[in-house]
Design a protein around this ligand. Structure first.
Ligand SMILES: Nc1ncnc2c1ncn2[C@@H]1O[C@H](COP(=O)(O)OP(=O)(O)OP(=O)(O)O)[C@@H](O)[C@H]1O
Ligand SMILES: [Mg+2]
Length: 251
């Protein structure tokens, strides 16, 4: 089977910091792949490179047979990669419904269909029915997280990149959002990449994990293999990083 996404020898420096270092991996269609790594490992930077928000220094990104490096974010979105942000970035001053409709404009022209009908269906799917006409800034934090996913799905992506979707949510909300991610994956055969520090749910959701540390891939494998991998254990607890220890305990 040919890969949906093929990343080869990707590099990004910020001045003297090598934030993404020779990263190579591939993803098959309909996989859920988790990106694991301590704070500052380069996870969000990897998303920023994949979506064209920042340019890579070197390397290649091939998606569905198309080379992405050098393309603007809107072109990459149009080719089928959508993302959510670590910190929610709703379009303030617009309603919940309008936010999702705008997300739908990222779809290729022929696939836009009836944007409003589709946005309403997506809002129902993510549990925001009845809140369509609210100004987005009036939503609770958990609802904003759900809205981010509806907005990303409105573009009809083949690949969805989620950046810490569970951050700031309570355990009940995390369970609901996990179920939502599972259901869009199952129903639409959506390929999903997930960055998350809440390891308990993360390990249950993903089929495969790529672990990063200091911008480099240090391990790749099933969730079971990853939690036992010596380099992953060292990255999380070997350096006496308090936050990492808490995360490892939570898993
Ligand atoms: N635009 C930027 N300019 C300069 N340095 C940056 C920029 N973006 C990220 N960095 C640095 O690159 C490194 C990787 O950052 P990144 O945000 O990718 O980490 P992360 O793995 O997503 O961490 P976290 O789990 O805390 O979100 C960090 O040291 C960060 O400070
Ligand atoms: Mg990040």
């Amino acid at each position: 089977m040919s890969a949906l996404l093929e990343v080869s020898a990707l590099n990004k420096h910020f001045g003297g910091l090598h934030a993404v270092k020779d990263v190579s991996f591939s993803m098959a269609a309909a996989e859920i792949v988790g990106i694991l790594g301590p704070n500052g490992a380069g996870k969000t930077t990897l998303y920023n490179l994949l979506t064209g928000f920042i340019p890579a220094d070197s390397g290649s990104i091939v998606f569905n047979g198309r080379t992405l490096r050098g393309l603007a974010p809107y072109r990459i979105a149009g080719l089928g990669i959508s993302r959510t942000f670590q910190l929610c970035r709703p379009f303030v001053g617009m309603t919940v419904l309008e936010n999702v409709i705008v997300g739908g404009l990222g779809a290729q022209a022929g696939e836009r269909g009836d944007l409003e009908a589709r946005a309403l269906a997506l809002l129902e799917k993510v549990g925001l029915s009845g809140k369509e006409q609210l100004l987005v800034e009036l939503l609770s934090y958990g609802d904003q997280r759900r809205l981010e996913i509806a907005r990303a799905l409105a573009a009809r992506p083949a690949l969805l990149l989620l950046d810490e979707p569970f951050a700031g949510l309570g355990s009940g909300e995390i369970t609901d959002l996990s179920a939502l991610i599972r259901s869009v994956h199952a129903e639409q055969g959506l390929t999903v990449m997930l960055i998350e520090h809440k390891l308990h749910e993360f390990m249950r959701l993903v089929g495969r994990v790529i672990a990063l540390d200091f911008g480099e891939i240090i391990a790749e494998g099933s969730p079971e293999e990853i939690v036992r991998h010596p380099k992953v254990i060292e990255a999380y607890i070997g350096r006496g990083d308090e936050q990492a220890e808490e995360q490892a305990d939570a898993a």
